[in-house]
Design a protein around this ligand. Structure first.
Ligand code: HEC
Ligand code: HEC
Length: 245
């Protein structure tokens, strides 16, 4: 109720300021609708890039990462019990993550305040609202955007950052945010990639098929469905550049 009242006031105010009566109100409303739609489209792209690893490709929490950790908190953004409802609250969850004392979120939700610009955070929050209100078209949009994530010169590094650092760490030392959790559970920690001596074919195999398929830890996920061959090759080139011997 409160929200509608505010919207009404702001529209009335813009009409008075512009002095153009009802048409101005209608136009500014249509503009607002259109720009929030564009924002959600950009947000879908960003969500595909940064968030699907834990929140899944359809926001249902079926991310490669979250599915593998039994006691991991639910990352289902469509859960009707979600605690972050308004766009402002969603933004605060994304900016602060589970890092601050003031916000009730599990520590493995990363803070994006330093990594993403304010307008990117706005866009990704709009996409989450869209996903919650119009789930089906939002998922279709997300799937479309995921296939469009382009390969740039820095693709290998970018993909490594968005898909691998959580476990392997910024510099590939095997000390990412999730490494602590694996170590605490006495599970095989993520490999130190700076010391890896695997040849290209073996790198391609473990990255594509995952650890379990090659007799290694099943916490090394399979990537063949999430990353194209082109993308996997770009990552391989990048992780080899991290080698220090
Ligand atoms: C490393 C895994 C991980 C990544 C990557 C991640 N999240 Fe999360 N996120 C979580 C977890 C775990 C929770 C649930 C925390 C809880 O329930 O206390 C969560 C919760 C949230 C919530 C609050 C849900 C609610 O209850 O309303 C929002 C919003 C959110 N994440 C958005 C994002 C966005 C946007 C991105 C990408 C920019 C992202 N997350 C990336 C793990 C992740
Ligand atoms: C959920 C955590 C996790 C994520 C995310 C992850 N890995 Fe791993 N990775 C592991 C673990 C654990 C191992 C160690 C497997 C073992 O030794 O049994 C590993 C091992 C590897 C190895 C083997 C290195 C060697 O020389 O033995 C490579 C290569 C690798 N990961 C690449 C990647 C790439 C590339 C990505 C991102 C696309 C990635 N990993 C994402 C957990 C992860």
């Amino acid at each position: 109720m409160k929200k509608n009242t505010n919207l009404f006031f702001s529209l009335t105010l813009s009409a008075i300021v512009s002095g153009a009566g009802m048409t101005a109100v209608k136009n500014s409303y249509a503009d607002e609708q259109e720009s929030s739609q564009n924002e959600a489209i950009r947000g879908a792209f960003l969500f595909g890039k940064y968030c699907t690893l834990c929140h899944g490709e359809d926001g249902l929490g079926e991310g490669v990462l979250s599915m593998r950790l039994g006691t991991y908190p639910s990352t289902n953004l469509l859960d009707p019990d979600h605690r972050f409802k308004t766009k402002e609250r969603i933004k605060s969850a994304i900016i602060e993550g589970g890092s601050s004392d003031g916000i009730d979120l599990h520590e493995s939700m990363p803070p994006y305040g330093a990594e993403l610009s304010e307008s990117d955070i706005d866009a990704v929050a709009s996409f989450i609202s869209y996903l919650r209100s119009e789930t089906e078209p939002a998922i279709t949009l997300l799937r479309q955007k995921i296939t469009l994530i382009p390969l740039r010169r820095t693709a290998g590094r970018d993909l490594f950052k968005s898909h691998c650092v959580l476990c392997h760490g910024q510099k590939g030392l095997g000390d990412g945010r999730m490494a602590r959790m694996l170590k605490a559970k006495k599970l095989t920690p993520p490999a130190n990639l700076t010391l890896s001596r695997l040849p290209d074919e073996s790198l391609f195999e473990i990255i594509s098929k995952g650890g379990a398929a090659v007799g290694r830890s099943s916490f090394m996920p399979t990537w063949e469905e999430q990353l194209t061959v082109r993308q996997r090759k770009a990552i391989i080139k990048y992780i080899k550049s991290l080698r220090t011997y």
